[in-house]
Design a protein around this ligand. Structure first.
Ligand SMILES: Cc1cc2nc3c(=O)[nH]c(=O)nc-3n(C[C@H](O)[C@H](O)[C@H](O)COP(=O)(O)OP(=O)(O)OC[C@H]3O[C@@H](n4cnc5c(N)ncnc54)[C@H](O)[C@@H]3O)c2cc1C
Length: 399
């Protein structure tokens, strides 16, 4: 059943978008995610001929622009709802691929702030793949603070852009955790900046990665979201024009709020979809698995556990819809709402997937069944884009 089947008042245009994305999630993302997850060597995920590239191409051919909703007649409120439903569907399809496709739009989103049409055009071309490098070898969770309070850089940054004449020169590296880092053509780079006049802080740049001085690390091998390629990006004297800095130090606190709100809200939607996937699978299994002469759904405790899972998914969904609605319709974004949604959805996805695995019994542990993969995917999300407990501290600053 598609997620939009539960919506009572979708317009024809909204319903058509939802159905298109549901088909894509079911027919393209599910099988591709399973295939990529099973690959032993993460280098094979990005090897020429990998199904990953078919997923990108087919997604682009849908013409659904999650970033701008360009080409639709939707009101802002409708756009907010469609963003949620389509991202949920994609998470339902495959978490790692949903993140890969979602983060790919980040350089385009940032380029929109530059006022430079050529840059926007360059990063919007069909064959471009984006990434969002923030995390550094010596800086993880602390970078969330570091971005928001740009004067208080803790320790030494591993990646710095220095103003030299009309350009910035980028030196250093980002960590192995950069999603799409091994294949991206463009980066929405958040890093330390030195304006050459003694003024330091942090800033955001759009950096085309097909320029001299950019090299990559090897693909990261990890527990979950294995379809999501990740790897280091090294910058050796990488020169970009000054107008590629799209958020300067003075605007960084505001800019970080905006980008983190978009990212956390999107994560909230995707992991509602992951939780829904686990619930759907558990329900189906419980109705069909006959043990002791009856389907296990007939056991009261199984029924009760499934209802608790349903209740948690709907609660996470309601919070996500409210967070995205608020942050689409009003500025500045309320980061605490987006964080509340990210933390709730990812914790819910993990809890529901864990309970679903329990309902599958021994089969839940088997790689022949889909549930152990969903549990691994959900586990990764509690660290992704900031550990949940640290995000909670950032959100608390707003209360
Ligand atoms: C699937 C996935 C995708 C990712 N994608 C990207 C990406 O696209 N781009 C990118 O740049 N990064 C990405 N990351 C990296 C991610 O944002 C970092 O892993 C995360 O911010 C945590 O940083 P860390 O791993 O260095 O952990 P650390 O910051 O070293 O934290 C380790 C532990 O210490 C705790 N801790 C740290 N500081 C505090 C504190 N102040 N108070 C209390 N506890 C604290 C944490 O909660 C955690 O339990 C991704 C990560 C994952 C798992």
């Amino acid at each position: 059943m598609a997620i939009s089947d539960y919506e009572v008042d979708l317009s024809d245009e909204e319903r058509e978008i939802c159905e298109t994305v549901h088909r894509f999630a079911e027919e393209v993302m599910r099988p591709a995610g399973k295939e990529l997850d099973a690959l032993e060597d993460p280098a094979d995920v990005i090897a020429p001929g990998s199904v990953l590239y078919d997923v990108f191409k087919k997604y682009q051919s849908l013409g659904i622009d999650q970033v701008s909703m360009a080409g639709t007649d939707l009101t802002p409120a409708q756009q907010a709802r469609i963003r949620c439903i389509t991202a949920e569907e994609m998470g339902w399809g495959d978490a790692g691929l949903a993140i890969s496709l979602g983060v790919s739009g980040f350089p385009r989103m940032l380029a929109g702030l530059s006022g430079n049409p050529e840059l926007v055009e360059r990063v919007s071309a069909e064959d471009r793949i984006g990434c969002w490098p923030i995390t550094e070898p010596d800086h993880g969770s602390d970078l969330i603070y570091y971005l928001k309070h740009s004067a208080d850089v803790p320790g030494t940054p591993n990646c710095t852009a220095v103003k030299e004449g009309d350009d910035f020169v980028i030196r250093g590296q980002k960590s192995a955790w950069v999603s799409n880092g091994t294949i991206a053509t463009d980066a929405a780079l958040f890093c330390s900046v030195d304006m050459g006049d003694g003024k330091q802080g942090s800033a955001a740049f759009v950096v085309p990665l097909d320029v001299p001085g950019v090299t990559r690390g090897k693909p990261l091998d990890k527990l979950g979201q294995r379809a999501l390629n990740q790897g280091e990006i090294f910058f050796d004297e990488v020169r970009v024009p000054a107008d590629h800095m799209v958020i300067n130090s003075d605007m960084m606190s505001f800019g970080a709020d905006m980008v983190l709100s978009a990212a956390n809200g999107g994560m909230g939607s995707i992991f509602v979809g992951v939780a829904q996937a686990a619930l759907d699978l558990a329900l189906d299994y419980a109705k069909n698995r006959v043990q002791g002469g009856v389907p296990i759904m007939e056991h009261q405790s199984v029924k009760g556990r499934l209802f608790t899972m349903f209740r948690k998914v709907e609660a996470a969904r309601a919070l996500n819809r409210r967070a995205i609605h608020t942050n689409t319709l009003q500025a500045p974004a309320r980061l605490e709402m987006a964080i509340a949604s990210k933390v709730t959805s990812t914790n819910t996805a993990f809890e529901v997937a864990s309970e679903a695995l329990q309902i599958f019994g021994g089969n839940g542990l088997s790689r022949e069944y889909p549930i152990e993969k969903i549990l691994r995917d959900a586990r990764a999300s509690m660290i992704e884009d900031g550990c949940n407990e640290v995000l909670g501290l950032v959100g608390a600053e707003r209360l």
